[in-house]
Design a protein around this ligand. Structure first.
Ligand code: GLN
Ligand code: ZN
Length: 753
């Protein structure tokens, strides 16, 4: 058996690519220097794979910003507006990625969207012309670059079907014409690859794991029948990931592919499909058995058994990652702050190469059970790890149905809260954070490094809170916040204060372009051993006659923005976090906080790709987990939640069933499209649709805000509406924040009048 890697992280062990590209943006390095840096990174990444004995290594998995954008540029799917800027190739590429403002014009960037069920975001190609052509310079030069290092690679390219489905076409006519031109272009590309003596190409088709209808299946067949009919000597690996291909399996194995890649980690039905329909002898199966999305060590015994099972149905099997390794950090070797007793259980990209190597050696040996790597892996999984906390586990076991229900029901609470809180009509508020100025960041960092005392830290943030409260009073907002200056990140902050989490120093994962995130690792049972936010909240409330919201992050968001455990279910992990946050909610209430906001910014993040799985696999426990957090409070305590997007039309009932009293969400950029739906379903929860976009420094005028509020009031009863910005203000500067909020308050007052 041989082994393979779908794609390798490109950002570099220490985020070299990020820093290089950002320097280029700031004109601190030249284009040549940038290209050199990229070349060196590619070399390092290929050699790591070669030295680990990987048989099938990818090229063209490198990208300066995003692979879908690369593909769009390969086939010249470039909107006229960028062409008109008349820039050199790299700058035209970056103009699409991040917008352009300069002597050649002013254009916004392409839209960005979540890449399937990951936290990576791709750029949505915009197609307003039919000038399809093939520019394969990048693909071929990188193939040759690897060859010079003695490495035969498989260029990886977005498959035509997935690529076509992700493009935003200007109209149907263009869409139709581009379809035919793209088929020809992919064929032309294969011919060029043959001329450069490429032997195998990998077409990535993750779209195949989502719900497909008959039209999709016909389109896929139409594309590949033509491409495969004109096929030359270049072999084609059709690679899928992030799930199973249940809707198209039979069609897929009947097409003339040389190899097909299936995911056996997230693809729950992959093995079942193999058993039911078999797998052709003349096709090689690239079996995704090494998890490309999570960071726990592979369990060799389980994987070897799985591979043996797969071999019963498929003659030629290659051991593969389940998806690109882009979604895990680079290496555990740079984690000097984590004890080895933890580290030995983790496996980032480099360590996964070793797993692929071990698995290959083990399965190819005739003494599996005594193979050294097999034995030591087995011992690792039998080690005592102290990951359990009996009291948390028994709390979970003893949960009753009634723990998930808040009483009295919403309409009664609404009346009680109206009386007791006595807020004006259209209450104004913000989402939580205020600008994180450089002094705030440096104070937090100094505290973390032990350079300043706890007292210094406390005094500093109390002062920040005081300033923030005074500012909001001066602006005239109705419900205040403390400003979150003590928090680095809404998930990391809570993770650091809860038992069960671990943190890396260099565990960066690319989120989009040059942006990376460093997700916490959920290691053990999660519990709260002491209040986290209570003293800050109490202090903030003591400074004002107005209500100051207690501010928490919800359990689903904490889970979704961390690396989860693999030895217990996501549901149980989320319930554990929910109980910890519930304790915090009850403590806040006990200390006199009347309004508590529990942010679920990332509730949608792990919504399964297939609609049929939405409830059973996710919503059926995610929504109750949120209910558990707040079901214990008094009727008069008002619970808010916040979401960073507004595409929840398809889960609107579930959002209402979260049973919060108020929800704020991002709406300004999506033109308040959601309002009709809210009206139609008779949404019970009070709502604060963001009335201006906080992602831009632009200050909205009073008139503009009045017209937004008027539009909202045309659709929703005035008693249900709150007035707030889109999201937290932490990335903004004080100047625009103060001006915008003043306008928000005046607009509201005028409308009230
Ligand atoms: N309360 C958080 C803030 O204002 C919410 C952040 C978010 O929604 N991503 O920063
Ligand atoms: Zn938000």
């Amino acid at each position: 058996m041989q082994n393979s890697v779908i794609s390798y992280p490109r950002i570099g062990a220490k985020r070299e690519l990020k820093f290089g590209v950002e320097k280029y943006f700031k004109d601190e390095i030249s284009q040549t220097e940038l290209l050199d840096l990229a070349k060196n990174l590619r070399k390092t990444h290929w050699l790591s794979q070669k030295n680990a004995g990987i048989d099938f290594i990818s090229s063209n998995d490198f990208s300066f910003y995003d692979n879908i954008l690369d593909c769009a540029n390969t086939f010249n799917v470039i909107s006229d507006k960028y062409k008109k800027l008349n820039l050199n190739e790299i700058d035209e590429y970056f103009a699409q990625a991040r917008g352009y403002q300069g002597k050649n014009g002013d254009e916004k960037a392409l839209a960005m969207k979540k890449w399937f069920n990951t936290n990576y975001h791709y750029l949505v190609p915009e197609c307003d012309n039919t000038n399809i052509s093939v520019n394969d310079t990048k693909i071929i030069s990188q193939y040759k670059e690897a060859k010079e290092l003695g490495i035969e690679t498989k260029p990886v390219i977005s498959g035509i079907f997935t690529f076509y489905k992700l493009i935003n076409f200007k109209n149907e006519d263009i869409k139709l014409k581009v379809k035919d031109k793209l088929k020809k272009a992919y064929t032309e590309l294969l011919n060029n690859l043959e001329k450069s003596s490429v032997k195998l190409v990998q077409f990535d088709e993750p779209y195949l794991v989502s719900d497909l209808n008959q039209d999709d299946i016909s389109l896929f067949k139409e594309f590949y029948e033509e491409i495969l009919n004109n096929k030359n000597s270049v072999k084609i690996l059709l690679q899928t990931y992030f799930g199973d291909v249940r809707d198209i399996y039979v069609d897929l194995i009947n097409l003339n592919f040389d190899a097909i890649g299936l995911d056996f980690i997230e693809g729950k039905k992959s093995l079942e499909l193999l058993k039911k329909y078999n797998f052709p002898d003349n096709i090689t199966l690239f079996a995704g058995v090494v998890n490309g999305k999570n960071i726990y060590k592979n369990n060799y015994e389980k994987t070897i058994n799985l591979l043996k099972e797969i071999q019963k149905y498929a003659k030629n099997v290659v051991i593969n990652t389940s998806c690109s390794l882009l979604h895990v950090p680079y290496t555990t070797q740079n984690e000097t702050n984590l004890d080895e007793k933890y580290l030995e259980h983790f496996s980032f990209a480099i360590e996964k190469l070793q797993e692929l190597k071990d698995l290959k050696e083990i399965i190819n040996s005739n003494q599996i059970s005594s193979h050294a790597a097999f034995v030591s892996n087995k011992n690792l999984f039998q080690k005592e790890t102290n990951r359990t906390n009996q009291s948390v586990q028994s709390r979970i076991k003893n949960l009753k149905d009634s723990d998930f229900v808040r009483l009295p029901e919403f309409s009664q609470r609404e009346k009680l809260q109206k009386q007791s809180l006595n807020l004006p009509l259209l209450p104004t508020t913000t989402i939580g954070s205020f600008p994180q100025t450089p002094d705030i960041r440096s104070n937090r960092l100094a505290y973390k490094k032990g350079e300043i005392s706890a007292q210094n830290y406390l005094t500093f943030h109390q002062l920040k809170i005081k300033e923030c409260i005074e500012l909001q009073e001066e602006i005239g907002l109705d419900v205040l916040v403390h400003g979150e200056s003590e928090r680095n990140d809404m998930v990391e902050y809570f993770g650091q204060s809860l038992d069960g989490f671990l943190f890396t120093t260099n565990g960066w994962v690319q989120s989009y372009g040059t942006r990376c995130v460093k997700p916490p690792l959920i290691w053990g049972d999660v519990s709260r051993n002491k209040p986290i936010t209570v003293s800050w909240a109490k202090y903030a409330q003591s400074l004002s006659e107005k209500y100051v919201k207690g501010m928490l992050t919800g359990p689903v968001t904490i889970l979704n923005w961390s690396f989860p455990r693999e030895d217990i279910s996501l549901k149980d992990s989320t319930l554990q976090i929910a109980l910890a946050i519930r304790d915090e909610v009850l403590d806040l209430e006990k200390e006199g906080i009347k309004i508590i906001q529990i942010d679920e910014a990332a509730l949608r993040e792990k919504l399964p790709l297939r609609k049929s799985d939405w409830h059973s696999e996710y919503l059926d426990w995610a929504i109750p987990a949120f209910n558990l957090v707040h079901s214990g409070v008094k009727p008069e305590t008002q619970i808010h939640t916040h979401m960073c997007y507004s595409e929840f039309r398809d889960i609107i009932k579930e959002i209402d069933a979260m049973d919060a009293d108020v929800i704020s969400f991002e709406a300004a950029r999506s033109n308040l499209e959601l309002l009709d739906t809210l009206k139609k379903v008779n949404f019970k929860t009070q709502v604060g649709p963001g009335i201006y976009d906080i992602h831009s420094p632009r200050v909205p005028s009073v008139e503009e805000l009045k017209s937004v509020i008027t539009k909202i009031l045309e659709k929703l009863p005035k008693e249900k509406v709150w007035i707030n910005p889109d999201c937290g203000l932490k990335t903004r500067g004080y100047k625009e924040v103060v001006a915008s909020l003043k306008n928000l308050v005046s607009a509201t007052k005028q409308i009230r009048g």
